[in-house]
Write a protein that binds this ligand. Structure first.
Ligand code: IMP
Length: 428
């Protein structure tokens, strides 16, 4: 009854969507456990290009369950429009289910996300503005609305009335914003109730049933470990747990069910939004990578910040998640460089630091110590076998394995499903 997790090893946008779509052909369910429509997963296959925000990335495989677990926060409008768009392109969405325990992103969460960001001024986190933080705040503050609550109208109305009064006071009195109208919010909830009803389920049971039948399940991470609310570069993080612990709490899954933990790493680093990034580069090479790789956010369109592979951060990510294998993506983007750098340590106040510090100020002062490796003379783009990779590209892969302390199992050499090198089997 094995479950395998696919987790972002960096600051998100590592290419998890492509890898999940690639692996999903061999599994029975793909289950999302954290985040919301702040995520943007791009899937390119024979059915076209799909930009998914909430729907699990295995959706293009007709026999695979797509499950949105309790740890996800859901904007029903986004989910419905995503499902409508996917269905209009001939994809079967009848095996998509959503946890009755998943929290709903309410209209006031989106308003508050913007107002809170504005009030942070220079210290803005650079959120995606999708209401993610405020929705998780209400979840832990025990004042959230869950998908299952939408289906109990009698109980829902007084809950929404009370919450909206409280939120409107915050919006108007603290932030000077405009109050939301009760009838409009309630009308939205009424519509959502109808739209969500066919998909709503006790998904923890569904996942357990699949596993009990000996079926394979992929646990789909969103964002990345360095954006984790507990383990990331706080406070410049998202409000959920993208790392392995989140997979258990975000699904109601016991850890013994998890047989493999795949860490997805890009061959270089990117980050969207504010916060320290020790191996960031802002020169021509950064722009070359950004343009070649089209490093612009799927959700917000923002230019992503670029950096060399950060071995210190990656090692920390391995410590938090206990990866059993690495997926290395976008190796092809480095194809034309004469040399490539990897960060192997930090220097701060004249001293070497070999760990990823918790203190944001300290992290911001960390200067990268680089090791320079020779580039490769032959492209890796679209390669499907390890033997097709030039010697120096293999040396680069090996160095990343050493830095993370874990074997590479898959190398991605392009956005398409088939542009993939299966170095060793993932499902054992
Ligand atoms: P939030 O998740 O919208 O609250 O944003 C918090 C931080 O996480 C911001 O820096 C965002 O840019 C970042 N973030 C959230 N989702 C993603 C993602 O899917 N990829 C990359 N960065 C993300």
């Amino acid at each position: 009854m094995p479950a395998y997790a696919v987790i972002g090893g960096q600051w998100g946008d590592e290419g998890k969507g492509k890898i999940i779509d690639y692996l999903a052909g061999d599994v029975d369910g793909v289950v999302r456990y954290a985040g919301g429509n702040n995520a943007g997963h791009t899937v390119v296959n024979d059915k076209g290009t799909f930009q998914l925000h909430l729907v699990p990335s295995g959706i293009c495989w007709p026999d695979v369950y797509g499950i949105i677990g309790n740890g996800v926060v859901v904007d029903p409008d986004v989910l419905v429009s995503e499902l409508t768009e996917i269905a209009s392109r001939g994809i079967d969405t009848s095996k998509l289910f959503i946890s009755e325990r998943a929290h709903v992103i309410m209209p006031y969460h989106i308003v508050l996300d913007r107002l809170e960001e504005e009030s942070r001024g220079e210290g803005a986190i650079g959120t995606t503005g999708r209401g993610i933080g405020p929705a998780y705040m209400d979840k832990t503050g025990r004042m959230g609305i869950r998908v299952g609550d939408l289906l109990d109208w009698e109980a829902l109305v007084p809950m929404v009335e009370q919450l909206l009064k409280h939120k409107n006071a915050l919006i108007t009195k603290i932030y000077g914003g405009e109050a939301l109208i009760m009838d409009e919010v309630l009308a939205k909830c009424r519509r959502w109730a109808e739209q969500m009803a066919p998909y709503t389920k006790a998904t923890e049971q569904l996942v357990q049933d699949l596993l009990a039948q000996g079926k394979k399940v992929l646990l789909e991470g969103a964002q990345g470990t360095l954006l984790d609310i507990d383990h990331g570069s706080y406070p410049y993080v998202t409000s959920s747990s993208p790392s392995i612990g989140g997979a258990c709490t975000g699904l109601g899954l016991n850890p013994q069910a998890i047989k493999g933990v795949l860490g997805v790493f890009k061959a270089y680093s990117t980050r969207v939004g504010g916060g320290p990034m020790p191996s960031e580069i802002t020169d021509e090479e950064a722009e070359e990578i950004r343009q070649k790789a089209q490093e612009f956010g799927v959700t917000t369109g923002r230019a992503r910040r670029i950096g060399w592979f950060d071995g210190v951060a990656a090692k920390y990510s391995q410590l938090v998640n206990g990866f059993t294998g690495i997926v290395l993506t976008r190796l092809d983007i480095l194809d034309e460089f004469d040399s490539v750098k990897v960060c192997i340590g930090y220097e701060v106040n004249g001293e070497r630091l070999d760990r990823f510090p918790a203190n944001t100020g300290l992290l911001a002062r960390c200067e990268p110590i680089y090791e320079e490796l020779s580039g490769w003379d032959k492209p890796t783009a679209s390669a499907t076998k390890l033997s097709e990779l030039p010697k120096n590209a293999l040396a680069y892969v090996k160095r990343i394995e050493e830095l993370v302390g874990c074997k590479v199992q898959i190398i991605s050499t392009g956005p398409r499903r088939e542009e993939t090198i299966q170095v060793e089997p993932v499902f054992t």
